[in-house]
Design a protein around this ligand. Structure first.
Ligand code: FES
Length: 191
C-alpha cells in the first residue's frame, strides 16, 4: 500500500532541537568539571624552579683554602604545598688564597646521597657510607676507581654586595642549589 500524500511528516525538527539541547546541556555540565580537574592537575606539570639561596657572608669564608659547611635553607614547594624555611641540603664553601669568590660543592654524595664529611685540617672530603674520597676541589681522589660515579657537584655561586658596615662592604654568598640524581656518572637534574 502506498503512503498518502497528506500523511503528516515525522517531527524531524523537534527531534534535532532536543538532541542539540541535550548535547549543549551535557557540555555545560562537563566543562566546569574538566576545568576543575585541569586546575587541580596543573601543579604536577609545573616546572620546579631552582632556588637561589643566601648561604653565608663572604667574611665567614676566609681565603685559606679550608672548606666550611653551611646549611641551605629555602622555601620548599611541592605540587600543591609551600613549606617556608626548610633545610633542603648543605654546601661546602672553599675559598682559595687570593680568590674573590668561593667554590661551592654540594655535600650530597653523588653515589647514594650520604652527607659527605670533612674533618678540619684534613686534605680531603670523605663519604662515611662507602668510603669515597674527594679532593678539596671536589674531584674524586681515585677517579673512576672510587665508588662515587662522579666528582662532587659544584654549584654556581654569586656574590651580592648589600651595603657597607664599619667601612667594609657587606657581601653575601648566594648559591644556585641544583640537585642531581645519585648513582649516575652524568649530572641528571632531579625532577
Ligand atoms: S653514598 Fe657516598 S660513597 Fe656511597
Amino acid at each position: 500500500m502506498s503512503k498518502s500524500k497528506n500523511e503528516p511528516k515525522p517531527p524531524r525538527r523537534s527531534f534535532l532541537a532536543v538532541a542539540v539541547a541535550l548535547v549543549a546541556g551535557g557540555l555545560a555540565a562537563v566543562t566546569p568539571l574538566a576545568v576543575g580537574i585541569a586546575a587541580f592537575l596543573t601543579p604536577l606539570f609545573r616546572r620546579r624552579e631552582t632556588p637561589s639561596v643566601r648561604v653565608a657572608l663572604l667574611q665567614q669564608v676566609p681565603d685559606d683554602g679550608m672548606p666550611r659547611s653551611f646549611p641551605v635553607v629555602a622555601n620548599r614547594v611541592d605540587a600543591w604545598n609551600r613549606y617556608p624555611a626548610q633545610r633542603i641540603g648543605a654546601v661546602y664553601l672553599v675559598r682559595e688564597p687570593g680568590a674573590e669568590k668561593p667554590l661551592a660543592l654540594s655535600a650530597k654524595c653523588p653515589h647514594a646521597g650520604c652527607f659527605i664529611g670533612y674533618a678540619p685540617g684534613a686534605e680531603m672530603f670523605t663519604c662515611p657510607c662507602h668510603t669515597s674520597e674527594f679532593k678539596l676541589d671536589g674531584a674524586r681522589v681515585h677517579g673512576d676507581a672510587e665508588v662515587s660515579p662522579r666528582d662532587m657537584d659544584a654549584l654556581p655561586v654569586e656574590l651580592r654586595e648589600v651595603g657597607i658596615a664599619d667601612g667594609l662592604a657587606h657581601v653575601e654568598v648566594w648559591v644556585q642549589f641544583l640537585d642531581f640524581q645519585t648513582g649516575h656518572k652524568e649530572q641528571i637534574p632531579t625532577a
